[in-house]
Every structure is written in structure tokens, then in C-alpha cells.
Design a protein around this ligand. Structure first.
Ligand code: CA2
Length: 395
């Protein structure tokens, strides 16, 4: 990837001037400069273009075939009805990531549907202007090592990205479970960087999607999806030379809670909302994980995230099954990684968990990263990830 295009559609020239509660206060000029900086991190040339006219945008898409390798595209309201834009994206055969600043799934019902999504390689919404940064990351990582998107069940979210390392195998497997407080605007693209890094280190990676709150997910559906996704490795093993005796599950934030649950699933069998494990992870890594659902709920972590995730579930059962600190002991070796400056999931979660988990026969290690925030542990070039990588072979 050398040159990317940031394309913005109707009314996005107004960014920063009105409706800051929906679109933030960054102007289009500022956004263009941010995108140039985000691209420069990867040595990319970044071109930016905005138009209020459908035909002009379509012409720009066509021209992109000449000299552009990937596109982050916010089609504005054309998203919701322009089959002409859909067809143009499909026709140019370039990777296009659809971006929306606002959470289009939680506004007027007509905004929830996008007719361009099927033509795009990925869709990002509800993450503010930062969504363009995630889009650039996704373009870079999918080129670095292209994923195979494979379904593990029939729903839209029942899919994962499989990446294979070089060589014949059998390959050890890293299952990646993304975070985002179980909310639907956070998706598996956030762990693309770790997936590519692990594949380069000899792991097959299975970066899974799952139903999230607001789209059929929550307790216990989300757990059932995670279980089904991991069990699906059984069906992939022969074709892709996966070594199911060497499976590590790695989760970030809410995905840390899901990873620890998955590693302990065989012990929680009678409460297991899935059908019982076919593939058992041998080890787990929680990156900035939500290790105590009760405290997270009581302290309103993530603005009601746990209440949303657990819904009407009786709390004694839900905590016992799904809250890592309540379901101890975890009898798999596991590593808890947390930044001291995490302002979304405070490091106290890691401290109390590890204190409670440490007992004879339990292999648990705390890696505290000085100065790191909530997202640092998923930066493949950061110190937290370097520390994880060092332990992976032993795990
Ligand atoms: O959330 C997004 O990024 C949108 O693509 C923005 C579109 C909207 O039609 C989509 O449903 C979602 C419109 C952008 C309008 O931008 C304005 C910015 C400032 C003030 C007024 C409008």
C-alpha cells in the first residue's frame, strides 16, 4: 500500500461548523490533516477529496484506479440509497472501507441501513473522526497479510478472519477476541494489527466477530458465539493445518472477559450457555480486560456497559458464569496485561483479579505497563505487546 484516498461525500464539508453533538468539532480541513498524519505513520501518501455531488464522487472513484491502492470513504447520506455509488465501489475493485462518524445504527431508522456495505471490505461507524484512523489501519493490515473471512454460523456477525503464517504447519493458533464494551460499533478490525504480527511470528490467527449488544448479542448470546467460533476451529484444522493442542485465546477489554471465560469454559460446563467445548484453549491473555463484572456494573464502567451486556439475566448466575473473578480458579496458564494509565478499565481490575487468582496450582502472571492507556496493549509496536509476545511461546 503506497497511496490512499480519503473520500467524503455530501455535507461533510460542514464538519465542525454545526451539530457537534453528532459529528464532533473537528473540521474537514483538520480531519484531512489528521488522515495525512495517520497515513504517514505507515509511510503512505494520503490524498483527500470531498464533494456534495454523487456523479463527481463516482468519477473520483473511477479515477482512483489509476494511482490509488485503498480508499476510506464516507458517502454521507448517499450511503442509504445510492446504488450508483455501490456499483462504482464494486466496479473499481480497490479495497474500500466505509466510514461513518456517527453511530448510524442508533439514529433514525433510515440511517441504519447502508446500501454500499456489500461492496466494501469493511464498515466502521460510531467512533467519531477516529474511525478514519481505524479505516487506514485496516487497509494497511489487510494488505500486509490478507485475511480469509470465514463464517462459523449463519448470522451476519458469525464470522472470523483467518490468517495463516508462512510454512507448512501444523500451526499453533491464536484466537483474538476484540473489545468495545460488547457494543456493536466496535468490531474485530481493532485487532488486525495483532493478527498480522502474530501471523508473521508463526501463529495462525482467528480474529472473531460475535453478536454484540443492540444486534442480538449480550448475555448469553455473545458467549454462545465465542464458544461456537472457537469450536469451529475443529472444522478448519485439517484444511489449514492447525494444531489444536496449541491454542491461545487473547482478548482485549470486554474481549479479555470473553477470553478468560473461553479458557475456563470446560469448568463452567453446567452453566455453559454453549453446547460444551470441542476446542479447548491451552492458555489465555487478557489485555486491559474487564475481569470483574460486578465491580464494573457497580461503578458504571463504560457508561452502563455491563448492565447492557447482562440485560435481565439474574446477576448471581451471570456473575458466576461470565465474570472472571467470580469463576476462579482458571486452570489454564494466563497472563493479565494492563496499563497503569488506563482510563476506561482502571488497572485496579488487574490488581484485584490477580490477587484473587493467585493460589497453588494456578499459573497467572500480571504484566503492568507503565504509562500505558487502554489501547496501548493492542498496538503491535508497543511495549505491552512485546511483553506478551515474549511469553507466548512458554504459554
Ligand atoms: O455519520 C456519518 O459520518 C454520516 O455518514 C454523515 C452523513 C449522514 O447523512 C450519514 O447518515 C452518516 C451526513 C453528514 C452531514 O454532516 C454534517 C456535518 C455538520 C453539520 C451538519 C451536517
Amino acid at each position: 500500500m503506497r497511496r490512499i484516498l480519503i473520500l467524503n461525500g455530501p455535507n461533510l464539508n460542514l464538519l465542525g461548523s454545526r451539530k457537534p453533538e453528532t459529528y464532533g468539532s473537528t473540521t474537514l480541513g483538520e480531519l484531512d490533516r489528521l488522515c495525512a498524519d495517520w497515513g504517514a505513520v505507515h509511510g503512505l501518501e494520503v490524498e483527500t477529496f470531498q464533494s456534495n455531488h454523487e456523479g463527481v464522487l463516482i468519477d473520483r472513484l473511477h479515477e482512483a484506479r489509476e494511482d490509488i491502492d485503498g480508499i476510506a470513504f464516507n458517502p454521507g447520506a448517499l450511503t442509504h440509497y445510492s446504488y450508483a455509488v455501490h456499483d462504482a465501489i464494486e466496479a473499481i475493485e480497490l479495497p474500500v472501507v466505509e466510514v461513518h462518524i456517527s453511530n448510524i445504527k442508533e439514529r433514525e431508522s433510515w440511517r441504519a441501513h447502508s446500501v454500499v456495505t456489500p461492496a466494501c471490505v469493511h464498515t466502521i461507524y460510531g467512533r467519531g473522526v477516529d474511525g478514519y484512523r481505524w479505516a487506514i489501519e485496516h487497509l494497511v493490515q489487510r494488505e500486509a497479510r490478507p485475511p480469509r473471512a470465514l463464517a462459523y454460523a449463519t448470522g451476519d456477525s458469525h464470522a472470523g478472519d483467518l490468517r495463516l503464517p508462512d510454512g507448512e504447519g501444523p500451526h499453533p493458533v491464536a484466537v483474538l477476541i476484540h473489545g468495545g464494551f460488547w457494543r456493536h460499533h466496535w468490531t474485530r478490525d481493532t485487532l488486525d494489527g495483532l493478527a498480522v504480527d502474530l501471523a508473521a511470528r508463526g501463529f495462525a490467527t482467528w480474529n472473531i466477530e460475535y453478536r454484540r449488544v443492540g444486534m442480538g448479542g449480550g448475555y448469553p448470546a455473545t458467549l454462545q458465539d465465542v464458544a461456537a467460533a472457537i469450536d469451529h476451529l475443529d472444522e478448519l484444522a485439517a484444511e489449514y493445518h492447525l494444531d489444536l493442542q496449541r491454542v491461545v485465546v487473547i482478548g482485549h477489554s470486554a474481549g479479555g472477559q470473553l477470553a478468560l471465560w473461553a479458557a475456563n469454559r470446560h469448568r463452567l460446563k453446567e452453566d455453559d450457555p454453549g453446547a460444551g467445548p470441542r476446542v479447548l484453549p491451552g492458555a489465555a491473555v487478557s489485555l486491559a480486560g474487564v475481569t470483574d463484572l460486578e465491580v464494573a456494573e457497580a461503578t458504571n464502567l463504560g457508561d452502563g456497559a455491563v448492565a447492557g451486556f447482562l440485560g435481565k439475566a439474574p446477576r448471581d448466575e451471570a456473575y458466576r458464569v461470565a465474570s472472571p473473578i467470580h469463576s476462579l480458579p482458571v486452570d489454564r496458564p494466563h497472563v493479565i496485561v494492563h496499563g497503569t494509565h488506563d482510563d476506561r478499565v482502571p488497572i485496579s481490575f488487574a490488581h484485584t483479579y490477580v490477587e484473587a487468582a493467585r493460589r497453588p496450582g494456578t499459573k497467572v502472571e500480571l504484566i503492568e505497563i507503565n504509562g500505558a492507556d487502554h489501547f496501548d496493549p493492542i498496538a503491535p509496536t508497543g511495549p505491552a505487546w512485546a511483553a506478551v509476545v515474549e511469553r507466548l511461546t512458554a504459554l
